[in-house]
Design a protein around this ligand. Structure first.
Ligand code: ASP
Length: 331
């Protein structure tokens, strides 16, 4: 029998993965917008613009070729999951998508969130996690040995949405300081509203909160705004504020968060952004929405150049490209 020749398979020295940047993002869990200061935000926005330019010129690159992302969603998602996957793929990385619902994972057999994380980190370098319980992503991050990105924890936070929202405001309006922004809709349950409000506190902005009484911004956030000396006001009527705003951040009424569906029925149609209403807005105002919309912005508003919500969707991919690359030490 011929002897089996065993030569080394790899030249590992030439293949070594090294971080290029070890700044404040490197290997960090991204759990809350509280982690970011203005310098970090502006760094991330500059990188996001570079990602946009790269995608426009080249489409894809191999910056994250050596990395794998596990994308784990225990709550429905279209944009967040798809944009993280698109971001990773445009940077040449690999993705393990667990986004088809927990009924197809071992969670349906009773596996704990922690065990699922400890398993997935054996295959991946970073995990994006959405879960219906407030605080669950932070808990998972305590046990996991790879960075975890919070893609929404119940009614808690949605930091990457807030980052892309802020990036969109900056890009569309050229500045953040001095802006007048109205948040409209389900301010009690909307985690994107909670995260964006916290980020905006870092700037010199005026905020208007427009909601029915039962869906007002949580008191702790309102108190924080007041303590910081931010100019705030609440109303239940968009017409009171629209003429004066630079941005309208519209959100849906979150049916799935209501314990009492009769109460949902009472408030579900409380706001509608129509072309008539848009006539009262400034020429340069923008309309944003984290999406999905369920009737609160009429389809014919989409033709208005001030409708920024689909540009906002695309910004999400650039921002998440920048964030993934930064956490992995490649940006
Ligand atoms: N897509 C956003 C979120 O996941 C907003 C929403 O669901 O209304 O929080």
């Amino acid at each position: 029998m011929m002897p089996i020749e065993l030569k080394p398979l790899f030249n590992l020295e030439s293949m070594r993965r090294e971080p290029k940047f070890t700044n404040g993002f490197y290997q960090q869990d991204i759990l809350s917008v509280d982690q970011f200061d203005r310098d970090m935000l502006s760094y991330l926005f500059t990188r996001s613009l570079e990602m946009e330019e790269m995608a426009r010129v080249a489409g894809t690159c191999d910056l994250l070729k050596a990395y794998t992302l596990a994308c784990v969603f225990y709550e429905p998602s279209t944009r967040t999951s798809a944009s993280f996957i698109a971001a990773m793929e445009r940077l040449g990385g690999k993705v393990i998508p667990i986004t088809q619902g927990i009924q197809y994972s071992s969670v349906s057999k009773g596996e704990s969130l922690i065990d699922t994380m400890l398993t997935l980190e054996q295959y991946s370098d970073i995990i994006v996690l959405r879960h219906p319980e407030i605080g669950s992503v932070a808990r998972a991050a305590k046990y996991a040995n790879v960075p975890i990105i919070n893609a929404g924890d119940g009614t808690g936070e949605h930091p990457t949405q807030a980052l892309l929202d802020l990036f969109t405001l900056r890009k569309e309006l050229g500045t953040l300081d001095g802006l007048r922004i109205a948040m409209v809709g389900d301010l009690r349950n909307g985690r994107t509203v909670h995260s964006l409000t916290k980020l905006l506190m870092k700037y010199d902005v005026s905020l208007r909160f427009v909601s029915p009484d039962v869906l007002r911004l949580p008191l702790n956030l309102m108190n924080e705004l007041i303590d910081k000396g931010i100019n705030v006001r609440e109303t239940d009527n968009v017409q009171d504020v629209i003429g004066d705003m630079d941005a309208l951040y519209v959100t849906r009424i979150q049916r799935e968060r209501f314990a009492d569906l009769a109460q949902y029925e009472e408030v579900k149609d409380c706001f509608e952004i129509t072309t008539e209403l848009m006539q009262q807005a400034k020429e340069k105002m923008i309309v944003m929405h984290p999406l999905p919309r369920v009737g609160e912005i009429h389809y014919n508003v989409d033709k208005d150049p001030r409708a920024a919500y689909f540009r906002q969707v695309q910004n999400g991919m650039f921002l998440r490209m920048a964030l993934l690359a930064s956490v992995l030490g490649q940006a």
